[in-house]
Design a protein around this ligand. Sequence first.
Ligand code: FAD
Length: 544
Amino acid sequence: MAGFDAVFVGAGINSLAGAALLSRAGWSVCVLEREDELGGCIKTVNDLTAPGFTHELLAAWHPLWTGSPAYAELKDELDRRGLEYLNTDLPTGSAFPDGSSAFLTTSLEDNVAELDRHAAGDGARWQAMFDAFMKDADLSFGVLGTELWSGAGLSLGRQALRRFGRRGLLAYAGGVLTSCRDWLGDTFESDAAHGLLAPWTLHTGLGPDQATSGFMTQVIACALQLGGMPVPRGGGGQLVDALAGIVRDAGGEVRTGAHVERVLLAEGRATAVRLGSGETIPAARAVIASVTPTQLYGRLLGADDAPTDVARAAARYRYGRGEMQIHLALREPPEWYGDKRLGRTAIVHVSPGLDGVSRAVNEAERGLLPAEATIVCGQPMAVDPSRGPEGSWIVWIQLQELPAGRIKRDAAGELDVGDGTWTEKLRESYADRIVARLARHVQNLERATVARVVLSPADIEALNVNLVGGDIYGGSCALDQNFLFRPLPQAPGHRTPVDALWQIGASTHPGPGLGAGSGYLVYKELTKPALPRRLLAKVPVVGR
Ligand SMILES: Cc1cc2nc3c(=O)[nH]c(=O)nc-3n(C[C@H](O)[C@H](O)[C@H](O)COP(=O)(O)OP(=O)(O)OC[C@H]3O[C@@H](n4cnc5c(N)ncnc54)[C@H](O)[C@@H]3O)c2cc1C
């Protein structure tokens, strides 16, 4: 088969966005996906639960994508291909056990009023936090959008030093390291504000007592006010098709059922990949692998292809907590008890609050099924009514506090966990407990439910080999494995020790999510003008 400039391993968002961008830059590109469908964690499934219902089996919400530089570059082309984003002014809220609730909207004014409703003064504190964040948003978002282990990373550091001075920079860095618990305690008075924001820590792969969880939660809180909770009309499959279309129309190839078994090297440089079928696909300029470090160094490369310390570190790469998805099809919209806004909110966290999230995370990390998990209750039809028959509803539930490996026992002492693996019985019993808790907040839940599909962490891993143990974030996001240290301190960033071999995907900086950050950073690096042209661009043009 003819070769390509770049061959991508895997067809998740980072690969597809990177491939589309490189195609537009004139590269010939091939994307190889081992599953039967493209998209990786974006899996839109029609009729999953019942006829006429369209579910996002895994990832559902696109604020990271619509706020990304990749989307900014591709938007016009994607628009032309019919991709349309829908949004809401009510991205999130929390429903507490006593029937009260709290909300975050896309209006600063409304958020000030909402937080004041729970504790006078919290509104002004929100405003002050938001203003302070926005003043340095270029740096905060810059940390997540820059190749940190590079000249660009150094420039970002210098920019921060110029702005803050030495002591100020130290204070800023200290703020980045703060836990969510400390940040919330220092910033807001009411338990409701804490319970509104703490569950968002889970969406960063962290827990509320971990280093950097305060910074990450703050980034999300501000981003939600700024960007809401966009979803593509009809589901994420629309985005996947549009990106693949860009590659194909540029003459590139996008293949499914193509399991890459090996990256082939010639004189220490990646020059091709070999498929499970034995076929070899040459790559003249780059092989870009959207895989975990475990797979890259343990399977795709040979024992002598990478330095021993890197291969050893990759073998020790840690995966995070497991996750469960519950999908419900409802014949009518949910009737939430309490504040009617709950029925319009894209993502409702059903949670006892900050301490509840902390407890459930701790239980999961100790190998227990949490007694009172945080229920991430997504309501896609609050944003896109096209996902089900007229007058119906779907519920997308995430449970992000489950053990990473073998389950030791149930913290509530109710469920028999057997040998600690996810059997069908354990999966359904755990889901029953969650649905029963949700029914305490939604009065018609039981009678309105038409059908349900549940995915255990083991089912999730079976859908995508990168989600080891059902860790939906491609590896623990603890500080020693994040930012500068992702994926490995021995091989930071996206260059690997093998020439022309790049690593992208959730296991690499800036980590998980649909922002396509790693695919974009590698595209930028590969298309960077050669040094003389870069220097010439800086020479002032006389007479202008
Ligand atoms: C249940 C769930 C819900 C989520 N919800 C959201 C959300 O709402 N919003 C959000 O922003 N993020 C969400 N995330 C996180 C986000 O979806 C992921 O972090 C992101 O999609 C990962 O993208 P990726 O580019 O790393 O590739 P992935 O999506 O992980 O895709 C990688 C692909 O590579 C393929 N592959 C791996 N090895 C090989 C090989 N050797 N040969 C060929 N192909 C291979 C895999 O089959 C897979 O299709 C969610 C994730 C999950 C699992």
